[in-house]
Design a protein around this ligand. Structure first.
Ligand SMILES: Nc1ncnc2c1ncn2[C@@H]1O[C@H](COP(=O)(O)OP(=O)(O)OP(=O)(O)O)[C@@H](O)[C@H]1O
Ligand SMILES: O=P(O)(O)O[C@H]1[C@H](OP(=O)(O)O)[C@@H](OP(=O)(O)O)[C@@H](O)[C@@H](O)[C@@H]1OP(=O)(O)O
Ligand SMILES: [Mg+2]
Ligand SMILES: [Mg+2]
Length: 369
């Protein structure tokens, strides 16, 4: 790191699969060269006894982990936890996950966005209740209500008619299947960074095809095939992925920013399809916490920039006594850890000359209250 400034430690707690795909030597090296050491959290010992880390990066769930994070936070009030378990929790239920999209307001003249029509079914009786079906028409996708990362939570069924409902096991979400040309857009968000890529999706279902199809079709993580699988795959070639135009970047960025703020999350992706019936209408169908970033070309730089942003920004946060806050020109913003912070003009001038900035980028300065 230039100038021999202080180093920062980021502790990470990930499942083995995630650790293997995400913590690559190339990422560790790049972060190290910019003053950040990535350190594996020892799950055999209390988190609060380790570090002390400047930042904790995690994708683990459960009560025990939550209370470990709380203990760690109370002992290290200045550390950044990416992201808060309460904020991540929202993504573990496919209804609360998309609710935030419905509440989002974005000014745009040429494109619109929303979510597909959907209902939640808690028991088998409601599954066959005509009233519940007033809103929807076949085909529908049945998705487990819970989206906790388990293999079960990714098991979906494309249901063509009433007969196909028999196999379903509530609680589920029934979502209208929307024809979208067989291509899905995955929008990766890393703090302020937004990257949209194309992936293979389910093919369109015409009215004609629908009449000839029976029951349902089960599938799992259809857009998540390895690259070599894709290029050998006749179906994949048939989808004309290369010919599909990406959605306007500024539109995706606006949605990403809106979601990031509303959910108070920094690391997520969302799946978007373009509704064939309109061509300028985009539907968000899924939001995932801490997705497979290593699939993004140059992910090491994107993630290292983000880590720098997190730790340097935090270093420049000055904790002040509540009653002295009035002296400053203030603007309230929500911090990365979900707490209210006040951006502070006067204090910025005092701190900036000594602080070390990653690649000379402008950073937000704040004081914590
Ligand atoms: N409403 C819909 N209309 C059309 N296709 C859909 C719809 N919902 C889902 N799909 C297709 O089904 C796939 C799986 O759905 P979804 O993304 O909700 O599942 P998931 O298991 O949470 O996926 P991920 O692996 O991204 O977490 C999507 O990638 C898309 O191809
Ligand atoms: O395994 P991959 O690297 O592909 O990442 C996938 C990730 O699995 P992992 O967290 O176990 O790694 C999934 O998380 P869970 O819902 O299962 O928690 C989910 O976020 C997918 O959408 C990701 O695929 P992508 O959306 O990026 O294509
Ligand atoms: Mg998805
Ligand atoms: Mg998902």
């Amino acid at each position: 790191m230039a100038g021999g400034g202080r180093r920062f430690e980021i502790g990470y707690a990930l499942l083995p699969k995630k650790e293997n795909s995400f913590i690559r030597e190339s990422l560790v090296k790049q972060a190290r060269s910019r003053g950040i050491d990535l350190v594996k959290i020892d799950m055999g010992r209390p988190l609060a006894d380790q570090g002390p880390f400047d930042c904790v990066l995690h994708k683990l769930y459960g009560e025990d982990w939550r209370s470990q994070l709380e203990d760690f936070r109370s002992q290290n009030p200045n550390a950044v936890i990416i992201d808060s378990p309460a904020a991540i929790e929202r993504l573990h239920n496919r209804i609360s996950m998309l609710q935030v999209v419905s509440e989002l307001k974005i000014e745009n003249q040429s494109e619109t966005f929303g979510i597909p029509k959907q209902i939640v079914i808690y028991d088998r009786e409601t599954l066959f209740d005509d009233q519940a079906w007033e809103l929807l028409k076949f085909p529908v996708i049945a998705k487990p209500l819970v989206a906790d990362g388990s293999a079960k939570s990714h098991k979906m069924a494309l249901v063509f008619n009433h007969e196909g409902l028999n196999k379903l096991k509530p609680p589920i979400v029934l979502q209208e299947f929307v024809n979208h040309g067989g291509v899905i857009f995955k929008v990766y968000v890393v703090g302020e960074y937004v990257k949209c890529v194309k992936r293979k999706s389910l093919p369109d279902v015409s009215e004609e095809k629908l009449n000839s199809l029976q029951g349902s079709l089960s599938f799992s993580q259809v857009s998540n095939l390895a690259t070599h699988q894709k290029s050998d795959d006749k179906y994949y070639k048939m989808m004309h992925l290369e010919d599909t135009e990406l959605p306007p970047q500024s539109f995706m960025t606006d949605i990403a920013k809106g979601l990031r703020r509303a959910m108070n999350l920094n690391l997520f992706n969302f799946d978007v399809i373009r509704d064939n019936r309109f061509g300028n209408r985009y539907l968000i169908i899924d939001i995932n916490y801490f997705p497979g970033y290593a699939k993004m070309p140059g992910y090491e730089t994107v993630l290292t920039d983000f880590f720098c942003d997190m730790v340097y920004r935090k270093e420049r946060q000055v904790v002040v006594e509540k009653d002295s806050v009035e002296e400053y020109s203030q603007e309230a913003v929500v911090g990365t850890d979900g707490r209210l912070v006040l951006s502070c003009e006067k204090e910025i001038r005092k701190i900036v000359p000594n602080s070390c900035c990653s690649d000379g980028e402008e950073m937000e300065n704040s004081i914590q209250v």
